[in-house]
Design a protein around this ligand. Structure first.
Ligand code: MV4
Length: 493
């Protein structure tokens, strides 16, 4: 095992990686920006080094500086967390060249997933189903129109260098095709420096199902169950669960084995996720996320496998300790991402000081967080306060526990999306497991959020509002009213 590891990230995921290190007796090195001088993760580490100003381009994305700190501190490996440098093949290569272990896949595996067209073709060759579409890049407009006709509308035009929802457009008919093609080509050129696009059939009302995988350096790969992440907004996941409500043992085996095939096709190592679109019994490969994901926690809850520790074991060259049949799951887990954002104001970030804070607890609850009372959420980074996860023996129990945990959760000083989560959890279709990626719009969840905020405010149905503490009560009510007032303001604009 490593003696010392540097964690090139911040917030809850830096703590998550360091928790794994601590359990394994590995010393930890944090790097922090100007904005994170007083952050919990920097204090949690055995050593912490300042690496630059708040903007991530000058700190958490500064590859050479981070590698320099790793070498200086004697760290043998770098855990990249998610976001920032985690899926940057240049950084992975720089680590490899500096003799530092990048705790993730080989740079080549990351690179191969960078071009969506190349990834599609690799997967087709490996026998992994992809959405029907073009084999290569679109070379001219006339040919593109013919292809779209033969695929049949609606189609989707996607940038080959894109990902995470940037650089793609749905086209419903021939009329809009040329304009959409030109727009995606120019977006792709300016955002990614590569105007290459391709066309796929548009899969309507899909569910987002992803398989967790673990792969060692000796070609062994296992799938560690699936997660469903259909409740999202503008490609920001808000609620995830494991397993997926639509999964059957037969489908799981088939999709899981497909995910393993995909991983093997790109020489994958370490923890990763294979994403699929699922619609009416069919599934299609979408992309591989070459990192430990935010929502890995729910997989840990249903399988008992510590994915962050497995990352360290694998990176050290240990063999996978599991065969596929060793991986079993029990019960159901749900994650709600608690963000400092206002669902009634188009989910605008709400950075600022957390004046009151008490997270939920009790049976089946796991909270991963990098904040505390008095902590100031910086406008420079994402606005996640915590990942609130609930486990139950059944999906119903997990939902009921999550509702109870949301009742317990106290955050004041910043507006949070807790009312959004309450609104989704009491939605009948959600309870029945009828999820799609259009869920929030389809069920007009924002209207229900308004009702939740009103109820919480007037009836005092949160723990925050009933606790016998005058300040606390005022703070909680202020937060709720704040978001409501913002919404009204917006409507009357
Ligand atoms: C699609 C699709 C429908 N049909 N491709 C969104 C992110 C990017 N990785 C691919 N995405 C999609 N690709 C075809 N051919 C619908 C989406 C999509 C989506 C996918 C997963 C989770 C949420 C989503 C929300 C909107 C659109």
């Amino acid at each position: 095992m490593f003696k010392k590891v540097l964690v090139a990230n911040r917030g809850e995921i830096a703590i998550r990686a360091m928790r794994a290190c601590r359990e394994l007796g590995v010393k930890t090195v944090a790097v922090y920006s100007e904005a994170d001088k007083n952050a919990l993760f920097a204090k949690y580490a055995d050593e912490a080094y300042y690496i630059g100003p708040a903007p991530s381009s000058q700190s958490y994305l500064n590859m050479d500086k981070i590698i320099e700190v790793a070498l200086e501190s004697g760290a043998e490996g770098i855990h990249p967390g998610y976001g920032f440098l985690s899926e940057n093949s240049v950084f992975a290569r720089k680590c490899e060249e500096a003799g530092i272990v990048f705790i993730g896949p080989p740079s080549k595996a990351i690179e191969q997933m960078g071009s969506k067209i190349a990834a599609r073709n690799t997967m087709i060759k490996a026998g992994v189903p992809v959405v029907p579409g073009t084999e290569g890049a679109i070379s001219n407009e006339e040919e593109a129109i013919e292809i779209a006709d033969s695929i049949g509308y609606p189609v989707m035009i996607k940038a080959s260098a894109g990902g995470g929802g940037i650089g793609m457009k749905i086209v419903h008919s021939k009329e809009g095709f040329k304009a959409a093609l030109n727009s995606i080509q120019s977006v792709a050129a300016s955002a990614f420096g590569d105007p290459t696009v391709f066309i796929e059939k548009y899969v309507e009302e899909p569910r987002h199902i992803e398989f967790q995988i673990l792969a060692d350096k000796y070609g062994d790969v296992v799938y560690v169950m699936e997660r469903e992440c259909s409740i999202q907004r503008r490609h920001q996941k808000l609620i995830e669960e494991a397993p997926s409500p639509v999964m059957t043992p037969e489908l799981r085996k088939e999709m899981g084995e497909t995910a393993v095939k995909a991983a093997k096709a790109i020489g994958y190592e370490n923890a990763g996720t294979v994403e699929f679109l699922y619609s009416k019994g069919d599934y299609y490969f979408l992309e591989v996320n070459t990192r430990l994901q935010v929502e890995h926690t729910i997989t840990e809850m249903i399988t008992g496998i510590d994915l962050a520790k497995q990352q360290l074991h694998i990176a050290c060259g240990e063999k996978l300790p599991y065969k596929q049949e060793d991986i079993v799951h029990r019960g159901w887990a749900i994650e709600c991402r608690i963000n400092a954002e206002d669902p009634l104001n188009d989910f605008a970030p709400s950075p600022g000081k957390i004046r009151r804070y008490r997270s939920a607890g009790g049976p089946g609850i796991r909270v991963d967080s990098g904040v505390h009372m008095g902590y100031t959420i910086s406008p420079y980074y994402d606005s996640m306060i915590s990942k609130l996860c609930a486990w139950g023996q059944t999906r119903e129990e997990a939902i009921d526990r999550m509702k109870r945990a949301l009742y317990e959760y106290v955050v004041a000083g910043v507006t949070t999306n807790i009312p959004f989560h309450k609104a989704v959890l009491r939605n009948e279709a959600f309870r029945e497991g009828k999820l799609t990626t259009h869920f929030i719009d389809e069920y007009n969840i924002i209207e229900d959020v308004k009702k939740v905020v009103e109820e919480d405010t007037t009836k005092g149905v949160t723990l925050a509002s009933v606790l016998d503490n005058k300040d606390l009560k005022i703070a909680a009510v202020t937060a709720a009213v704040g978001s409501y007032v913002n919404a009204v303001k917006k409507q009357t604009k």
